[in-house]
Design a binder for this molecule. Structure first.
Ligand code: 6PG
Length: 255
């Protein structure tokens, strides 16, 4: 697997984490409008970790809050930890506290991964829920893979994204949309989108800030193809690929 093809890859280097958050929030507003203009709800997958907190908070307040028709957003998650929804490590809880609780949405607009369940069962259940929500059939034929309008991704200092960690089984899963993934590095099992689902999105946006990400980011963008070691290299969507990064994270990039 080669590193993300640069054909439709865009790298936007901004001053700092605050600027990354602003760009991410503006992107949400623009893509939500575009989806409605195309006559369908805005289908977005949120990422976990800490980086999204700031852009969620910008969407929750004026002026951006008024620029989104919140009744037409379908919220999904790219991955989840094996914890209940009220646990401090829950990606769902983070999004609920920083955004969902502050905007006018109905419960049926929230499609969360059930981190409280057995990960294998939760992964199968989430795949079924996505297929129903997107109105697609079983299997992995192109027309049966849901197409998100926008998927937000983060990247760890080890080059992982979603819960696709280096040298783990989920990196090679191509016959499912969502899978459980045993992560020995964290002594846990996660639930995660697979590369085929992520790569069918209209737009994938990596949000990456901080000096601790610089080494891995240089490998992901400019290093030799090695997606086992840098799983973020697996993300090469049919649509657009954007890296919204800050100068600290970009510090090791050539050119
Ligand atoms: C998770 C994430 C994960 C995250 C990265 C970056 O559940 O942990 O989905 O892929 O995006 O670990 O995390 P930070 O934003 O906290 O650096």
């Amino acid at each position: 697997m080669s590193s993300p093809s640069s054909a439709h890859r865009q790298v936007e280097t901004l001053a700092d984490g605050a600027a990354v958050a602003q760009a991410a929030a503006d992107l949400f507003v623009a893509q939500a409008r575009a989806a409605l203009a195309h006559g369908h709800d805005f289908r977005v997958a949120l990422s976990g970790g800490s980086t999204p907190r700031r852009f969620h908070a910008l969407l929750a307040v004026t002026p951006l809050r008024e620029q989104v028709d919140w009744t037409r957003v379908q919220f999904c998650w790219g991955d989840e930890r094996w914890v209940p929804p009220d646990h401090s490590d829950s990606n769902y809880r983070m999004a609920r506290e920083t955004l969902l609780d502050t905007v006018p949405i109905r419960p049926e607009q929230i499609h969360r991964m059930r981190g409280e369940d057995d990960p294998a069962r939760a992964a199968r259940a989430y795949e079924a829920e996505l297929r129903q929500a997107f109105g697609v059939g079983p299997g992995m034929a192109p027309q049966d893979v849901p197409r998100f309008d926008l998927i937000y991704l983060g990247m760890g200092p080890d080059g992982h994204t979603l819960s696709l960690f280096p040298h783990t089984a989920a990196l090679g899963v191509t016959d499912r949309l969502v899978t459980e993934n045993v992560v020995p590095q964290l002594a846990t099992t996660r639930i995660t989108f697979t590369p085929p689902l992520a790569n069918n999105a209209a737009l994938v946006a990596f949000l990456i800030a901080g000096a601790d990400k610089a080494d891995a980011l240089a490998q992901v963008l400019q290093g030799a193809p090695d997606s086992q070691r840098y799983p973020s290299q697996l993300i090469a969507p049919a649509g657009e690929l954007r890296f919204i990064i800050d100068q600290a994270a970009a510090a090791k990039l050539r050119g």
